[in-house]
Design a protein around this ligand. Structure first.
Ligand code: ADP
Length: 481
């Protein structure tokens, strides 16, 4: 079975978050289930550099305002289609925004073009790979199912929601330029609250919808988490599936990770001490036995970073040390920097994006705190499990699905892998941190919890099988249920 995955970011070429990890890991994971997956990505500078020459499989004299081409190319182990469209993608800054941080004003063109190219590949532009299914990720690929439905290709589509908060909403006046028939601008098409909704279009037109955890799949059908799309998601509930993300267990392996000062396994955690010391040094923390709690995150409201800032002094008072790596909201950055300055030796923050440091922190900190208000799946708790960095998580979305809380029953049954607290609640988070500090004072219990987490299966094995089964069901004309 041939599947075209369509994604706006992919590890190791371009990454702003978990979507990139997933897009990068899926093809290899699916290969073991008889799925040949190629991924269509925009030709950002980092992508063009990585692919070298490539083979042109289709040329557009004019695609949303300029010449463009679809290139077939390889980058390492990844089999790609790259939409080479310099007028849309050859720019400095991130994949979605200018170096100043604000979104590119023509993002609708940049990602409509991606959806159009996906539909064109599905229509057979490259005779070597005519996909049976198109798998679109997030709003940036949301128009692919719309172009498919209104175009020449017959391939069905699947859309995966990695975060419902990002919807790709634009003014209605872009509609005539999208090249879709007039009937598409309707409630059962791409129209969304009087404008055009890219994610809405994908959810409407796709043959199946997935999101990245079973709990989030339930949550987004409620007004509290549905962000305006819960009605549509309820209406399509029979097509909506929660499939947990896995992680790349080769890139994230404490036994071989080159970013670590000491490699280790669940059999012997001893060499972990060298990483712990390195984390203390990097963040200017005291060398003592108090637990190091780390955060590796976008600094945003979604991630509950404001709750962290509000409870900062109380967390330090509870006997924990904090090591924070993150970038994002400038006000939150400032609040955390000021708080860390108040607690020299007890808290440190590195502002920025640093993949190598993220590995070291998972390999050296005692726990990772994830206070998200909502979390579709979350990857950092999975890395934490694999690295013996005990996850302390808000009980929401994929966090609830992947971490087993150390309540009394779980501790006595020997099944706990982390700690839970109520999302959005500073008092509940503090309570969990107090429990963590107390558990950490019992090294045998703590280590047992670390080791259990390290043995949990966080690979793509099971989930890749579920995607493969879903593709087969969709191809057979079913909902995939
Ligand atoms: P989201 O996609 O919502 O940001 P996830 O937990 O799904 O959250 O994925 C975040 C990914 O980005 C993880 O791989 C995490 O390690 C990484 N990450 C986040 N912030 C940073 C940072 N400042 N430096 C390095 N890696 C980061």
């Amino acid at each position: 079975m041939k599947v075209l995955s369509v994604a706006s970011e992919i590890v190791p070429l371009v990454k702003t978050g978990g979507l990139a990890d997933v897009a990068g890991a899926l093809p290899a994971a699916l290969a073991e289930h008889g799925v040949e997956m190629r991924t269509l990505v925009p030709g950002y500078p980092s992508v063009m550099e990585a692919i070298g020459k490539g083979t042109k499989v289709h040329a557009y004299p004019a695609l949303f305002g300029g010449k463009a081409a679809i290139m077939r190319a390889k980058a390492g182990a990844l089999s790609l289609y790259v939409l080479d469209a310099p007028h849309l993608y050859d720019r400095p800054g991130g994949p979605y925004g200018q170096p100043t941080g604000s979104n590119w004003p023509d993002n609708w063109k940049r990602f409509a073009a991606l959806g159009k190219a996906a539909a064109d590949i599905a229509a057979g532009r490259d005779a070597k790979f005519v996909p049976d299914i198109v798998h679109a990720h997030d709003w940036q690929a949301g128009l692919a199912p719309a172009y498919l439905r209104h175009g020449a290709a017959t391939a069905p589509s699947v859309i995966t929601v990695h975060n419902l908060a990002f919807q790709g909403q634009f003014q209605a006046d872009i509609f005539p330029e999208l090249g879709l028939p007039p009937e598409a601008m309707a409630v059962d098409g791409i129209e969304y609250y009087g404008g055009v909704g890219f994610l809405k279009a994908g959810l409407q037109y796709a043959d199946a919808i997935t999101t990245v955890s079973p709990t989030y799949a339930r949550e987004i059908r409620t007004p509290e988490f549905g962000m305006g799309l819960d009605g549509l998601l309820r209406a399509r509930a029979d097509r909506l599936h929660g499939i947990l993300n896995g992680i790349d267990i080769t890139a994230w392996d404490p036994q071989t990770d080159l970013e670590l000062a000491g490699n280790y396994s669940a059999r012997s955690l001893k060499p972990r001490a060298a990483n712990r010391k390195a984390v203390e040094e990097r963040f200017g923390l005291d060398h003592d036995n108090d637990p190091i709690i780390c955060l590796i995150t976008r600094l945003t409201w979604q991630k509950g970073v404001d709750i962290l800032a509000a409870e900062f002094d109380a967390i330090i008072g509870a006997g924990a040390k904090l090591a924070i790596l993150g970038a994002g909201d400038h006000a939150l950055e400032g609040a955390l920097l000021a708080a860390a300055a108040r607690h020299r030796g007890r808290a440190g923050i590195v502002v920025g994006y640093d993949e190598a440091l993220a590995h070291l922190m998972q390999g050296g900190a005692d726990a990772i705190l994830i206070p998200s208000r909502f979390e579709p799946c979350g990857l950092t708790q999975l890395y934490g499990l694999r690295y013996g960095c005990v996850p302390i998580v808000a009980r929401t979305g994929g966090l609830a699905d992947t971490v087993i809380d150390a309540n009394d029953a779980a501790v006595s049954a020997g099944s706990a892998t982390g700690l839970h607290f109520a999302p959005g609640r500073g008092d509940s988070m503090l309570d969990a941190l107090h429990r963590a500090v107390a558990l950490h004072r019992e090294p045998e219990q703590w280590q047992a919890m670390q080791k259990r987490g390290m043995k949990a299966d966080v690979s793509w094995n099971r989930s890749a099988g579920r995607y493969a089964a879903l593709y087969r069901a969709v191809l057979a004309g079913g909902s995939g249920a």
